[in-house]
Design a protein around this ligand. Structure first.
Ligand code: 8YV
Length: 342
């Protein structure tokens, strides 16, 4: 029987091509502009497929998985997989994959761009100039914060929360700015201590000492609201918070309060608690730079993410162990063996 793959969003062409070239029956289920299907439409479509390739922001709950007792795999398009109920997938014997590595440098670039844009008021100064408000030499000055040592030659401290591939790539980039990098990520404390130019710090000290705090940890039960009112209160009034990881790691309401009361200087965000909805008040703040989750958004990288997701999907379709498994325990489950007909 022909094996089937469901892609419920507008996947880049390079990924589509790989899927089309396979012998599988491919269903691309989305609107003319890539609009994703409703939960009801997705659940119905999952009944008639063998492997699902969801977009990284597309929720795949237990109910969706339960719609098809023979689903062979879920190949997530994204390195983060908090959109998928992985615990249920493992229980049900469904392998789940992600697309790590290919987006590391691109996302680290965006974190840096956001850090620099926020520190030097780039979007605000651009709009001021672009809109013709700049009438006189001098005019508004947009006094920024140094990223490098600045006139007083004081190296700045970059605090990195989460020292995985992207956190490490951000640390590498900080060397060019002569920054002192400190990192918090208990499971990889020894790796941090071994990394040249980076020292380990517990979270509170990192928040107290850092001029810039950049978040690069996955969203888990443990990291949900890791940065709340108390943590923001520990930061310097001149400090800047950058989040290109996952919105719910930060208590967004508390952040709006801290920015309004200038408890911290500014924030640069690419992710939010309830994307694409923003917490009320966030767009009223001059000291916030807001981007629409474009961390990995380059043609090359989004294309390579599609290649990796397609390869993971085809491997699971053939009952093979895919490269980027996130729940390897599933291979021990009898349910998994049943699903792949073993
Ligand atoms: C994706 C991301 O844009 O990889 C991730 O975890 O957040 C981004 O690269 C997002 O997952 C949409 O697919």
């Amino acid at each position: 029987m022909t094996k089937r793959i469901l892609v419920p969003w507008g996947m880049p062409e390079i990924g589509r091509e790989i899927l089309r070239k396979s012998k599988a029956e491919i269903t691309f289920l989305h609107g003319p502009k890539g609009e994703i299907p409703s939960l009801k439409e997705l659940t119905e479509a999952v009944r008639h497929t063998d492997v699902l390739i969801p977009r990284g922001t597309q929720p795949v709950a237990r109910k969706v998985m339960m719609a098809n007792p023979n689903l062979r795999g879920i190949a997530n398009y994204g390195v983060g997989y908090d959109n998928i109920d992985v615990v249920s997938a493992t229980e049900l014997g469904i392998p789940v994959t992600n697309t790590p590595g290919v987006l590391t440098e691109t996302t680290a670039d965006l974190a840096w761009a956001l850090l620099m844009a926020t520190a030097r008021w780039i979007p605000q100064a651009h709009i001021y100039t672009f809109s013709g408000e700049w009438k006189a030499v001098g005019g508004r000055t947009f006094m920024g914060l140094d990223i490098g040592p600045g006139g007083s030659n004081r190296p700045k401290i970059l605090g990195i929360i989460g020292f995985g591939r992207i956190g490490q790539a951000v640390a590498r980039r900080s060397r060019g700015f002569k920054m002192k990098a400190i990192a918090y990520d208990p499971p990889v404390k020894s790796l941090i201590e071994k990394t040249k130019g980076v020292s380990y710090s517990d979270l509170d000290d990192l928040l107290r000492e850092s001029d810039f705090v950049s978040i690069h940890c996955p969203l888990t039960k443990e990291t949900h609201h890791l940065i709340g009112k108390r943590e923001l209160g520990l930061m310097k009034p001149t400090a800047i918070l950058i989040n290109t990881a996952r919105g719910p790691v930060v208590d967004e309401k508390a952040l709006v309060g801290a920015l309004k009361q200038k408890k911290i200087a500014a924030a640069g965000l690419d992710v939010y608690e309830k994307e694409p909805k923003l917490t009320p008040g966030l767009t009223k703040l001059e000291n916030a730079v807001l981007l629409p989750h474009i961390g990995s958004a380059t043609n090359d990288t989004r294309g390579q993410m599609a290649v990796v997701a397609a390869q993971n999907a085809l491997a699971m379709l053939q009952g093979k162990r895919p490269k980027n498994i996130v729940n390897f325990q599933v291979f021990e489950a009898s349910e998994y063996l049943r699903r792949i007909g073993k």
